[in-house]
Each structure stands twice: as C-alpha cells, then as structure tokens.
Design a protein around this ligand. Sequence first.
Ligand code: NOJ
Length: 763
Amino acid sequence: MKNMCLLAIAISLTSQAVWAQTPPAPLPKKDVFVADLIKQMTEAEKIGQLRLISIGPEMPREMIRKEIAAGHIGGTFNSISRDENRPMQDAAMRSRLKIPMFFAYDVIHGHRTIFPISLGLAASWDMDAIGLSGRVAAKEASDDSIDLTFAPMVDIARDPRWGRTSEGFGEDTYLVSRIAKVMVHAYQGVSPALPGNIMASVKHFALYGAVEGGRDYNTVDMSLTRMFQDYLPPYHAAIEAGSGGVMVALNSINGVPATSNMWLMQDLLRKEWGFKGVAVSDHGAIIELIKHGVAKDSREAAKLAIKAGIDMSMNDKAYGEELPGLLKSGEVPQSDLDNAVREVLGAKYDMGLFADPYVRIGKAEDDPVDVNAESRLHRAEAREVARKSLVLLKNQSETLPLKKQARIALVGPLAKAPIDMMGSWAAAGVPAQSVTVYDGMRNALGQQGTLTYARGANITDDQKIVDYLNFLNFDAPEVTNDPRPAQVMIDEAVKAAQQADVVVAVVGESRGMSHESSSRTDLDIPASQRALITALKATGKPLVLVLMNGRPLTIDLQQQQADAVLETWFSGTEGGNAIADVLFGDYNPSGKLPITFPRSVGQIPTYYSHLSIGRPFTPGKPGNYTSQYFDAPNTPLYPFGFGLSYTEFSVSPVSLSAKTLKPGAKLTASVTVKNTGKRDGETVVQLYLRDVTASMSRPVKELKNFQKIMLKAGEENVVQFSIDEDDLKFYNTQLKSVAEPGEFDVQIGLDSQNVQQNSFELL
Ligand code: NOJ
C-alpha cells in the first residue's frame, strides 16, 4: 500500500513536471509545423510513428515505455485509463523530439455507459438520440484519455449471416449515410482537438459488409455501379463530415485486398474524395497480404501497403521490420515514408496533442479514484436512447403493454444476462453495471404484481458452440450453461407459466454470437430455446417474446407462436429498464427495422432496394417462369422500416406540388399522418423513390428521406418532403452521377412495403 502511494506520488510529480512543459503558445499552422518536424526526424523515428501497438499481455508495459522513449511507437490501442496512459505519454515526452503518442480504442456504442449496439441505434431512426449516444461516448472516452476511436462502422450489411451486422447501422445506404455523419460530428464535436471530443476513424474501408456468404473476412466481388450507388456513400459521408481517420478493411475487393489497393486508397479516397487524414490498417492486415496471395513475404507486404497509402500498421511488425531495408534498397522511396508520417503527425496535430500532449490525460490529481464509479455513467441518456431503439414486431389482441398488477412469469436464458445486455464491442462497459430484463421489470413493478423467474433453457446446448463462444475470453466465460437437464428447466418454466397471467420469454443469441468472427449458416433461435417457446405456447398463456440478438433471426414459427414480439437487440447498460418501460407501456415503442428480417436463410439476400428484373414475381398471381422460390414466399418476414406502436397511424394518399420537375427546381410531396389510436406516439414517416425507366435497371424503391414525428392521440399532421434532382441521381454505367428525365414514383409510408404512391416526371 505504501509503495502504491509512493508510486502514485512519483507518477503525479513526473507528469506535473511534464505538464508544466506543455508549450502554451499557439502552434504554427499544421502543414508548416508537420513539415518542420519531419525534417528533424531520423528514419527510425519516422518508422516508429507508423506503428500502432495493441496493449495486451504479450507486451510488458515497461518495454513499451522504453520503445516509446526511443521514438519507436506512434500510438496504442486497448489501454484505456489516464493512469495507464500517462506513463506512456511521459515516455514520449522523454523521447528526442517529444512527439506525443495517441491512445485509441474501439468505442463503438458507448464507452463506460453502453448504448444499444449500432444496429439498435439505427432502429431508433432518431438522429438526435444517435448523436447523443456518440457525444456521451466521446466525453467518457476523452475523460479516460482516449484520443481516437475506430468508429463509426458504416459497412452496409445485407447478409445477416455476417456476425458484424450487429456492429453497423443496417442495410440501407441513405439511413447509414445519415448516421455516419451524425456519429462523426458527435465524436469530434466542433474539433477533435478539444477535450471531451475524440477523433473518429470510419471503417472498414471498404465494402467489408459484403463478404461472400456472410462469412467473416471473406472476399468481396462487386460491380462498380453497386459499389458507388449502395456501398461507398456511407464512408464518403463520414469523410465529408470530417472523419480524421479511416480504418482499412480486411477483405479484398474484386481480387485486390483493400490494404494494397491503390485504386481504393489513392484514386478514390485521396484523389477523388480528397481525404486528408490518417489511414490505419486493420489488425495485422499488412502481414495478411501474404495469405491473400498478393505478397510473397512480409517485405513485399510492407512495400505494397505503404505504396497504397496505409499510414499506420495496426499490430503487425511489417513496417517496423521491413521499411528500413525497403528504404535502403530504394524500393520504397523516402517520399512514401514521409507521406505516411505526415498523415500520422497531422492527425496528432488535429487531436490537439502537439498543443498539449496531456489534453485528455489531464493531471494525476484529477484522476478518478474509481474508473468504474457509478457517478461516471450516463444512465438517463442510455435509457432514453435504448427505449427508442426497441422495435415492436407483433402485438396481437393488445397483449402489450402488460399490466403492473399482473402475475408475470419471466423466463429464458437472456432474462438475467448482464454480459449479453451490453452486446459485442462493449468498450469499457462493466457487465455488473448493466440492468437485465429481470432487474428492469423488478424496478418497474416495485411492490405491485408478481414476477416469477425461471431460466427455462440454456442459450444453446450445443457444447461446441459454447466452447467457441468462450474461446477468446480470458477474463470470464461468456456463456455459462446451467447443468440441469433441458427438460427439467423447461418443466420449471412451464410451471411458472401455468401460475401466471402472462409469460415473457427473453430469447435469442448470446452477444458473442453476433460479433466479429461469428458468422452463422443458420439464423434460427437455438434449438434449446425453440423447445422452450413451444412448451410455453402449449400452456395457452399469452406469450410475449423479448428478442435479444445482433442481427435478423429467422423467427417465423416463433412469431406465430407468440402473441407479442419485441425486438430489443442488445440494448446496453440501461437495457433492462428501457425494455421494462416498453413492456409496461411507460414508453410507447417507435423503433423501425434498419434491416430486413428474412423468413429463412435460403431467402438471403432480402434487402428491400433490389433492382427491377425482367420476370418479377407478382404476389397473388402464382405462375411458372417468374422470379421466386417455389417452396416459400418471396416476401420477408418483416420488411425494412417496419415497427409497430401501441397506437395506430394512418397515412393519406400522396399529394405532389407539381406533376413535373424541372432540373434545378424542387417539388414537395406531402401526406397527412393521423394518430388514429388511443395513445400518444411517435412514428417514422418514410419517403421512397423509384426511377421507373432509366438507362439501366434501378431499384424497385430507395429510401430518400424520413421524418420521425410525435402525434397525440387523435392528432394529425401534414408531413412534407422536398424532392430535387439530387434525390433522383444514380451512378450510370460510366460511373457518372446523373438524373435521367422520365417518370418517378413517390412512395410514402410507415415501412418500406405499405406505402401510398404517386408519380411525377423529371423534365
Ligand atoms: C479488428 C476489427 O476488425 C476492427 O474493427 C477493430 O477496430 C480492430 N480489430 C481493433 O480492435
């Protein structure tokens, strides 16, 4: 204890001394400052700046500090508190040129306070709520000395077999692009140089969400028109919003790995889009060029990557070990090295680190006594955002909201699952601080009603899957199974159900099932839980399914068995309270699906904005030789944009301010939306457009705008959308963004399927 105190004093003194050295004078302009610094750097110091090191058990901290003091490391990730990072920054301040380190972390959906997973955030369709989650995350991360996050992750995901579907904002280009902007602004605030803000690095550039078969790290093969039209805009939006960094994807694109892709990194990112920030490789991606089969060894891998414009090498040794030789032989010109160093130093400048290397680390005496202290959390914000992310998928006979006086049986392996509640990539979130569904319902009920809990089933009884999910978790197993026989658990749950007025079953996936490297071929709720649901249905009691999952699941049978279904994703620190708010009607649900739910894996892809085809299937007109599966409907289980409320809304026919639109002009499409039910509620009014005839096949519809509106019971409001030529543009076969004259359909509705339609002509 005494030693610890002394150590604390020593640390605090060193850093105070360093603190006092921080130059107070304003710095010269970035270009001048960075160019001047580069002139003073040795080759080894330059190479050092390109190394981004993961802090983990394999790297003793003392060794890292030595390397930093020698100028051999540019930044770290996974070290996430001020007292851990201060000694590293102190080491950097002892280095010859005192170039500060930056500290990065995967702050994806919250830092200490965990918000819903990104897919859940998207389901709110509420830009203020999403922005709030990003602001809180930035503030908390900055308070913990984090300078940079590897987020937002804006990969369009149209194949839910991909485990990282959970980490992005869904299938739709427009929605994801809007969110990309909001998140960059939220993280960076007015400037990433200021404390309270952190730099964003949009990822994974590019197209990672389109890996073949939804299998993680697989290859991507895609037409250029689809790329430009559907998959690239979200990254572009983030860059236009000022994202200081870009993380490069692990996949190849049409045969060329992103990490060595000159076209992607130079022609598109730097030249066409004018990106001026830092490009960071993904973890070990440079060395992986060997396995991609484009580099014969690490020397060639380093050469390809630096030539493509990968400025920083995340956690592989390629740059450190190979660049000296490559520079000596002239295979890599000095200018390539200097370009990369310039971007890294420029990013540090933009993070405010040259002005004050301790801008986020602060002074030791201000360090939190307990980094996990309750007082550091933002629970109210988390609850507010989480309840907006919940999507009501079914509510037969007004099963929901529940009455607080009722006898409720709460069952299912996810009802008391604090780890799962946080979802994957839960940054510095502490599972013990998350509110489970059980806790949330208990909090809501107080002394009223009765709540009986029975686990009912394990998440899965497949031991191989349990082992896989626990494989990489050093601290604690992610999934722990109840050793009782499955039937014993089911019997216990059935007994609880029989004695209750209503059953709430919390079922779905463990968080690790929807994660990096967690692709699935089967999107069913695992068999153990399906058996539980069937047994509960057989009791005849009203059955509410609360789904926890990070991707669309194939729940056709289960949604038929249930009276009500609430999609809750993994909803974060305050998830249980937010879910209880909706279950008991203290909040009227307003979320809408940001991704289509298929009926079966065989239907994938089911994204709504597919291209028009020559032999479309016409519902109600079965026949051969049209595009269909003969053994299942074409339609999804739940369409994109779908979500119910405890009230009802009607949408009037679409009226247009004109039937023709001149280039450069605007027209207005309006509908009257009425709350025809008995409760106040919010809904999302969605505008879709269709280019009926063009020089190439166009999607059957594309989201172009939306408004989330609140209407009191009985209230109605006119919702207007302005449409101009930009909304009608697409990338043609020459990759030119054009709006072609002709007819356009305007569709407005509360999901992508049930819409009111009108049309106009672009002159
Ligand atoms: C690998 C992941 O692909 C990436 O998204 C993440 O940012 C890095 N690891 C660092 O954790």
